[in-house]
Ligand binder design. Structure first.
Ligand code: NDP
Ligand code: GDR
Length: 374
């Protein structure tokens, strides 16, 4: 019988939000999936535990390799071992605010890490066979020159993260032009999910409100409530990443919903999911959200302050507004964002409510759960 060899993908950042959704997506498509995970002092594979296959499983299709984007020889060795058809470079220090505190490390992992992977492909002579996806970002636009943003909108990044990703964007373009490498930039706008990192604003809100609703926390502290983002669902966005690598020609694409909401609107929508109505009072750093209507069974009371501003969460330079135009992706990839804003918030809120119920039970039993308030 003719043996059809399956495609092999290598994912850096497989333990992150997108890595987990992409690994699941590619496994369902029949791929053999290899992922790079960092050595950590405790388990860090929670997001992909449901996909894990014991190393003794015959013919397993998910293989993890220890590695780091700051370590060239390690990356060359992994690419040499795997000889992937597709590399998805999702690994990064991806938190914008943290990049102001760790700018050099962010540049090393996010900018030079991309160069190291591209060089590994070249050193091993795989330019002809290995396709490369670079996780570029709407943070490249920063101080936006036009709205909505397209593939042709000029870049003006506003953080060490954005500047590092600007290098990564251009080095991927350069390797495409200089060496004929099939390299694509997906310029992805914010995308979220129930497994979004807990310190990004959306997850911080759904987790915080769930904890307040169940009486585990009194108040949620946020920064700029007026920031506006084009928020989609990670599950939809990883499909676009894959589609970009299946085209006859490598190109760059904006991936977005084309719809924008403020952080304050996200809070209101998440509160509504709990049956709670909020009233916003005060202004500037004195602005607060007060419970106007508390649902039955909630630990909150009408009149209680549940959201306040902490200037610690204001950034040295802010990206005030982002809105993407995904027309090119719709026309060339036949891709659209399927999940609406309301459905995204609903799914995240339901998931955090159920996780928080579990935490409440653990605490009632006399055990402590991790706090992670940042
Ligand atoms: P996460 O922060 O959830 O995941 C980042 C991943 O990168 C984790 O697996 C992390 O490992 C890994 N990582 C961090 N540093 C290194 C390093 N030095 N070497 C190897 N791996 C490393 O990010 P997302 O999944 O949300 O995003 C995926 C990519 O897409 C990132 O590059 C991000 O910058 C970019 N992006 C994200 C958008 C979004 O809205 N989510 C929008 C546009 C771009 P560990 O688990 O050990 O920390
Ligand atoms: P962002 O996402 O910076 O857009 O980067 P984040 O959720 O961190 O911030 C979005 C906006 O919300 C404002 N904000 C707060 N942000 C956080 N984290 N915590 C707060 O308390 C808070 N209060 C208000 C921020 O100032 C900002 O304006 C994400 C990351 O996934 C990047 O890796 C990715 O490239 C971009 O999205 C697209």
């Amino acid at each position: 019988m003719l043996q059809v060899s399956r495609k092999r993908a290598l994912i850096s950042g497989i333990t992150g939000q997108d890595g987990a959704y992409l690994a699941e997506f590619l496994l369902a498509k029949g791929y053999e999936v290899h992922g790079i995970k960092r050595r950590a002092s405790s388990f860090n594979t929670e997001r992909i535990d449901h996909l894990y296959q014991d190393p003794h499983t015959p013919d397993r299709r998910l293989v993890l390799h220890y590695g780091d984007l700051t370590d060239s020889t390690n990356l060359i060795r992994i690419v040499q071992q795997v000889r992937p058809d597709e590399i998805y470079n999702l690994g990064a220090q991806s938190h914008v605010q943290v990049s102001f505190e760790t700018p050099e490390y962010t540049a090393n992992a996010d900018a030079l890490g991309t160069l190291r992977l591209l060089e590994a492909i070249r050193i091993l002579g795989l330019e002809g066979g290995t396709r490369f996806y670079q996780a570029s970002t709407s943070e490249l636009y920063g101080l936006v020159a036009e709205t909505p943003q397209t593939e042709r909108t000029p870049f003006h990044p506003r953080s060490p993260y954005g500047v590092a990703k600007l290098y990564a964007y251009w080095i991927a373009v350069n390797y495409r032009e200089a060496y004929g490498l099939y390299a694509c930039n997906g310029i992805l706008f914010n995308h979220e999910s129930p497994v979004r990192g807990e310190t990004f604003v959306t997850r911080k809100i759904t987790r915080g409100l769930a904890r307040i609703h169940l009486g585990l926390q009194d108040c949620l502290y946020l920064g700029n409530l007026d920031a506006r983002r084009d928020w989609g669902h990670a599950r939809d966005y990883v499909e676009a990443q894959w589609l970009m690598l299946q085209q006859p020609q490598a190109e760059d694409y904006v991936i977005a919903t084309g719809e924008q909401h403020s952080v304050r609107e996200f809070v209101n929508c998440a509160a509504r999911e709990l049956g709670m109505a909020l009233e916003w009072v005060g202004s500037g750093i004195g602005e607060q959200a007060i419970v106007a209507h508390a649902p039955a069974g909630s630990a909150t009371k009408a009149g209680q302050r549940i959201v306040a501003i902490d200037p610690r969460y204001h950034r040295p330079a802010e990206v005030d507004t982002l809105l993407g135009n995904p027309s090119k992706a719709r026309e060339k990839l036949d891709w659209i964002a399927r999940t609406s804003f309301d459905d995204l918030v609903r799914e995240m809120m339901a998931s955090d409510l159920s996780l928080t119920r579990r935490d409440a039970l653990i605490e009632q039993s006399g055990f402590r759960v991790a706090q992670h308030h940042e």
